[in-house]
Design a protein around this ligand. Structure first.
Ligand SMILES: [Zn+2]
Length: 147
């Protein structure tokens, strides 16, 4: 297989890969991949891409003391919330809980802080649930008035 960028040849490699997490370069070792001998382009299988992301995120998490996927899941389930319900209450994007809990995407510092606050003060979650449903009620009323 030839490189689409430079026409170079790919060779197998397990050399360290540098992966950027929240602006910080993390070196991950032992991930099988292919490297173009011309331009250095790296090719990874889908499975090894997930492994790379998880390992890099784990390293960042250790360095900066972020919550792990298991801890995030434990916080969510302590409120008996599905991933979709939890996402709605904290207003995160679709699939974000799945990604954070699996560890393929690392939560931002602000999200990590929010999750810690919710763990320490569960009442804040219930307050948010009410706040969010009030906000959507207000929106419904407004759009009804516009019609
Ligand atoms: Zn190349």
């Amino acid at each position: 297989m030839r490189c689409q960028e430079c026409g170079g040849e790919y060779r197998n490699s397990s050399e360290p890969i540098i992966y950027r997490v929240h602006g910080e370069d993390i070196t991950v070792e032992g991930i099988e991949h292919r490297v173009c001998d011309g331009c250095g382009d790296e090719l990874l299988s889908l499975k090894n891409t997930s492994a790379l992301q998880r390992r890099a995120n784990d390293e960042y998490r250790t360095r900066h003391g972020f919550l792990s996927g298991e801890e995030i899941k434990a916080i969510r389930t302590s409120f008996n919330a599905t991933q979709e319900e939890f996402q709605r209450v904290i207003r995160s994007g679709p699939k974000s809980m799945t990604r954070w809990e699996k560890g393929t995407v690392l939560q931002t510092g602000v999200t990590d802080t929010l999750l810690r606050v919710l763990r320490r003060f569960p009442m804040a979650y219930h307050w948010l649930e009410i706040e969010i449903s009030d906000a959507s009620f207000e929106q419904d009323t407004k759009s009804a008035m516009c019609n």
